[in-house]
Design a protein around this ligand. Structure first.
Ligand SMILES: NC(=O)c1ccc[n+]([C@@H]2O[C@H](COP(=O)([O-])OP(=O)(O)OC[C@H]3O[C@@H](n4cnc5c(N)ncnc54)[C@H](OP(=O)(O)O)[C@@H]3O)[C@@H](O)[C@H]2O)c1
Length: 273
């Protein structure tokens, strides 16, 4: 980071902020270059013990030095937090990780268009996040580069050029870890029903997701080819995949993602006012 970009300020010091802060410190950014505003005392204590960062209870003059302000508050508290911080955020670039809050609302609350809205996901907590980023037109190439360097500490990222695509991102990768956990639960339960111990079934299920995902990422072939390669007609995988196809699971699963996108849109309406 350059001296104009530093320090980096975080409004909200919870899970998401901690994932990014942990990544930045690991990369060698000194804790003295990170400002955090966090009203909840136990969360401030945690930041101190975990990272050696003394967080502020309320937004104050210390924020004025920040080149980048990261918004990691719950959607319902964003507008209040913005009203408190706005007098102090000067000419900073803003990066929001708050689900659903539109960049128009953020720009209006903060009085600047230099806003990047993002949708991360929980694997960011272990450096394996997948984040989509949307830049408002006022965001410069240098701004984009700063945001990329910060988000890269939590995993992978991609840019979207239309903000409404973030609702689809929310439905796919934002909520996606829960779908994986759901399948893990089912696979583990089935393993136990068939005579494995819970621990064995859990290890087999998690290992299979990690391995198959790595294979899909590394392979030149799309998932359907990888699937067909292990599905010989009349075999065991064929029996399972046929059962899933006959039950209409594919259509149901797609419907579930559409439901998540509808909810993402509603949240934007609800908290954007
Ligand atoms: N966790 C994820 O994986 C994930 C994924 C995608 C998107 N997001 C989004 O990221 C945002 C943050 O999520 P999170 O999981 O990090 O939530 P979190 O752990 O609850 O963190 C939010 C923090 O902001 C604090 N806060 C509340 N009002 C504030 C104010 N006025 N000024 C400064 N800080 C304030 C909260 O304190 P109090 O406890 O006192 O309210 C809380 O510690 C949410 O909008 C969420 O939708 C999270």
């Amino acid at each position: 980071m350059t001296t104009q970009e530093l320090p980096i300020a975080f409004i909200g010091g919870g899970n998401m902020a901690s994932a990014i802060i942990g990544g930045l410190l690991k990369q060698g950014l000194p804790a003295s270059q990170i400002e955090v505003v966090e009203p909840f005392a136990p969360a401030r204590d945690k930041l101190l013990t975990q990272f050696g960062i003394t967080a502020q209870e309320v937004a104050g003059a210390a924020l004025a030095r920040a080149g980048l302000v990261v918004w990691a508050v719950k959607p319902q508290t964003f507008s209040d937090a913005a009203a408190q911080a706005r007098p102090h955020t000067g000419a900073a670039l803003h990066l929001s990780v708050a689900a659903g809050i539109r960049s128009d609302s953020i720009a209006q609350w903060l009085g600047t268009g230099r806003v990047v809205r993002s949708m991360p996901n929980t694997p960011a907590l272990v450096g394996k996040g997948m984040t989509a980023l949307y830049p408002r037109p006022e965001v410069t190439p240098a701004d984009r580069s700063l945001v990329e360097r910060v988000i890269a500490t939590t995993g992978d990222h991609l840019w979207v050029e239309a903000e409404e695509q973030l609702d689809a991102v929310t439905a796919l990768s934002g909520s996606g870890p829960a779908y994986v956990f759901f399948f893990l639960e089912s696979m583990t339960a089935a393993g136990v029903e068939m005579g494995l111990s819970h621990e064995q079934a859990h290890r087999l299920a998690v290992g299979t997701f990690v391995g198959a995902s790595e294979l899909a990422r590394a392979s030149q072939d799309p998932p359907e080819v990888l699937r067909e390669r292990v599905t010989s007609k009349g075999g065991t995988t064929y029996a399972a995949i046929s059962a899933m196809q006959n039950s209409g699971m594919d259509a149901l699963f797609r419907q579930a993602l559409h439901a998540a996108r509808v909810r993402a849109r509603e949240l934007g309406e609800e908290f954007g006012r």
